[in-house]
Design a protein around this ligand. Structure first.
Ligand code: HEC
Ligand code: HEC
Length: 317
């Protein structure tokens, strides 16, 4: 009797596991739907120049889409071709920033609307879910047009980049846990560029991802768990865990007491801590208007008293 029960229990468990594995192997690849933004590249030189500024500067595309081995050049704030080839090897799988140059192996095969949809809705050209590597959902129509116009005008580089490979955990997460992230509220057609806190807010939230790194988050889901800009997000870099500082205007804030000039100067100086994941190189290209705007915006965020004792921790690589 007992043996019989055991046999049937085991058989049921095996059946459930097999069904589960089969279903996640089918589900994680499900094609997602999202609208195609009405965005079309322009060949106007002013639009392309604006796109280049955004791509190489505040939106820091080279930090991920530059070729492996170009990290030091990017850190110096210099331009590199966006030919892809790096890998993000994380628990859900291996993800490869694609070739963004207008070659057949890059974006030549993609329509403007497909590139725009990836950046705004987190849905790839083939309907796959794109994890939140690129929080550009609320970039204005005008700036998204500029970004794509610059990519179209850049020099083509032949480089085949592998397709993502999901681990079992990744297949599960893609099937049941994460959904693509779309824009929060209405996306502006254009944002007025000046040194006001309002423009700084747009840069800090929608373009340069200051909030994404300077707010504590759950590493597994990416969900925000801390107060905005209060830091405390522990980031995994090879051999170390590095915690982002609090940049709210609180007594314990890292930039409290800094003048606007000192803030701008700090960005001009670039990377000082070798393993820092902050894209200091591209940010060193930010012009004064943008840096003033970000500084002024940071003065307006809610002050949060919190300090992190140990910013850099050594861990086994
Ligand atoms: C923090 C890293 C990071 C940054 C910064 C970044 N990307 Fe990506 N990007 C990725 C990764 C990783 C993938 C591959 C994701 C996948 O295949 O699931 C990707 C994929 C893409 C795709 C592929 C879409 C598709 O349908 O296959 C496009 C287009 C793209 N990025 C454009 C950009 C542009 C433009 C910028 C700058 C404005 C940028 N990315 C900045 C990491 C990044
Ligand atoms: C990819 C993650 C990331 C992004 C994006 C990012 N930061 Fe940081 N930031 C960090 C980390 C980690 C540190 C601590 C290490 C260091 O100082 O480089 C840091 C340090 C700082 C510091 C302190 C520098 C010092 O010398 O004490 C300031 C100021 C700062 N960030 C502001 C910003 C602003 C403003 C933005 C957006 C324009 C931004 N960060 C975007 C991760 C990030």
């Amino acid at each position: 009797m007992f043996k019989k029960i055991l046999k049937w229990t085991l058989l049921s468990i095996i059946t459930i596991v097999v069904l589960f594995l089969v279903s996640i192997n089918l589900m994680y690849k499900k094609k997602l739907e999202a609208p195609y933004p009405n965005i079309h590249a322009s060949s106007d030189s002013a639009v392309i120049a604006r796109g280049k500024y955004l791509v190489m500067g505040p939106a820091h595309c080279p930090n991920c889409h530059g070729a492996p081995g170009t990290e030091d050049i990017v850190d110096r704030g210099e331009e590199v071709p966006l030919q892809g080839g790096r890998v993000f090897d994380i628990p859900p799988g291996k993800f490869y920033p694609v070739n963004l140059t207008p070659d057949e192996t890059g974006i030549a095969k993609l329509k403007d609307e497909e590139i725009a949809r990836t950046l705004r809705y987190g849905v790839g050209f083939d309907g796959r879910l794109i994890l939140d590597f690129m929080p550009f959902q609320n970039v204005s129509d005008e700036d998204l047009t500029a970004i794509i116009s610059y990519l179209r005008a850049s020099k083509p580089v032949k480089n085949v980049v592998p397709k993502p490979e999901h681990t079992l955990l990744g297949k599960f997460v893609f099937s049941f846990v994460v959904d693509p992230i779309g824009p929060a509220g209405d996306v502006p057609k254009a944002v007025k560029r000046d040194s006001t806190a309002e423009y700084g807010k747009y840069l800090a939230l929608s373009v340069a991802n200051c909030k994404g790194c300077h707010t504590n988050r759950d590493l597994k889901t990416g969900a925000y768990v801390g107060e905005p800009f209060a830091g405390g997000f522990e980031m995994d870099v090879p051999g170390y865990l590095i915690t982002s500082p609090n940049i709210t205007p609180a007594k314990t804030g890292r930039i409290t007491g800094w003048t606007e000039e000192r803030f701008i100067q700090r960005f001009r100086e670039g990377k000082k801590i070798a393993m820092s994941p902050m894209p200091w190189g591209p940010f060193s290209r930010l012009d004064e208007i943008d840096l003033k705007a970000v500084y002024r915006y940071l003065q307006t965020v809610k002050p949060v008293e919190i300090e992190y004792k140990e910013m850099i921790k050594k861990v086994a690589p």
